[in-house]
Design a protein around this ligand. Structure first.
Ligand code: HXC
Ligand code: NAP
Length: 315
């Protein structure tokens, strides 16, 4: 008799196949088996809201101990409490503005004192807003670059130097970037500039610091609805006018669990051969914008035979 394992649900018990109900998996299902992140200590910057919170929740479910950090301690504490209750995991809230190196050093110390050695750094904190570039003050541009690029640099340097000093191995850094890190984009120029820098840092250190037992990777998400992003990138009437799902060939925005599944896989030991990789998770959005003839999608089917005749006539 074949035996089917329910380890995906964290249930070690094995049942005969005839006793199992098979439901097809969907993109919103949880991908990894229970315990996949057991023994891992993970720090998620910007973990109190949006995508950082979604990834933290799944990491906790998979057995990790997770420290969430950002500027607003009340928000972090509320999230930590909620996630402890919903997952039964250990979640620790620490205030830290990633723009300040000394705050990052203090945060690293606090998390190490609380949980012991840290295995994973997830650089997810970001700042962003839309604006014509000529309208930006120098401080506005700097603010975004300081959070995204300098913040990621600060965390990477503090954690990386510590890992080198203590000779801790099998550690990794996952950076959340965007697809316009490689295409560029108007109206979010400070963010595009900073995310491109983070991508370069990811690929550079993947090679230079691999000798110390570190891996560096990135995820470039397409549109995933969050309050933080939607309020700043699609304010007021823009959401109706520019429905983000319409830009995606698959016709939908991302589900937070899809990102959490990928992130959990990449930081886990299952992802141990990912190094220097940037995974795009966007339903084909950026390629749709890039392909020169993709606008022909708008041509009605019936018109194609007329166009063909017109082309053949020219021969
Ligand atoms: C023009 C603006 C502005 C705006 C702020 N500024 N908002 N300029 N248009 N909408 C200017 C201010 O006038 C000021 O310049 C400078 O920027 C700093 O603003 P502060 O409010 O003092 O900064 P701070 O309190 O540090 O807040 C940072 C912030 C804020 C980035 C401005 O929005 C924030 O806290 N964001 C965190 C969360 C976030 O942004 N989440 C979205 C991530 S989404 P002056 O010269 O007046 O001093 C994302 C998606 C990417 O990254 C890809 C999507 C597909
Ligand atoms: P979000 O909820 O606004 O997340 C941003 C987080 O960064 C917040 O929790 C914020 O917390 C924190 N933060 C901001 N400034 C900080 C600072 N100086 N120090 C420490 N933490 C700081 O938005 P999100 O959509 O989930 O974004 C998460 C990540 O995904 C970002 O890297 C973003 O660029 C990326 N991304 C998102 C999308 C999308 O469609 N949503 C697409 C592509 C990429 P505090 O305010 O408490 O500091």
């Amino acid at each position: 008799m074949r035996i089917y394992s329910l380890s995906n649900l964290g249930i070690a018990k094995k049942l005969p196949l005839k006793n199992c109900i098979f439901n097809p998996m969907t993109h919103t299902d949880k991908m990894l088996r229970g315990g996949s992140l057991a023994e891992k200590v993970i720090v998620v910057t910007g973990g109190g809201s949006g995508l950082g919170k979604a990834m933290t929740s799944y990491f906790l479910e998979l057995g990790a101990k997770v420290a969430i950090t950002s500027r607003k301690i009340e928000k972090l504490e509320a999230t930590a409490k909620e996630l402890k209750e919903s997952t039964g995991g250990e979640c620790f809230a620490v205030a830290c503005d990633v723009r300040h190196y000394e705050q990052v050093e203090q945060m690293h110390q606090q998390v190490s004192d609380h949980f012991g050695p840290i295995d994973v750094l997830l650089n997810n904190a970001a700042g962003n807003f839309i604006s014509p570039t000529e309208n930006l003050s120098s401080n506005a541009f700097d603010t975004i670059v300081d959070i995204v690029l300098k913040g990621t640099k600060n965390c990477t340097m503090v954690f990386g130097k510590h890992w080198i000093k203590t000779k801790q191995k099998n550690v990794n850094v996952l950076n959340i970037i965007t697809t316009y890190a490689f295409t560029g984009s108007g109206y979010v120029v400070p963010s595009a500039t900073a995310k491109a820098g983070v991508m370069a840092m990811t690929r550079s250190l993947a090679v230079e610091w691999s000798k110390y037992g570190m891996r560096f990777n990135a995820i470039a998400p397409g549109p995933f609805p969050t309050k933080g992003a939607w309020d700043r990138l699609l304010p007021g009437p823009l959401l109706k006018k520019f429905d983000p799902s319409k830009k995606v060939p698959l016709g939908r925005v991302g589900d937070h669990q899809e990102l959490a599944n990928l992130a959990a896989y990449m930081v886990s030991n299952f992802g141990g051969y990912f190094n220097g990789e940037v995974i795009v998770l966007d339903g084909g959005e950026w390629l749709k914008g890039a392909g020169q003839f993709n606008m022909l999608e708008k041509i009605p089917k019936a018109l194609w035979s007329i166009l063909k005749k017109a082309m053949l006539k020219k021969k």
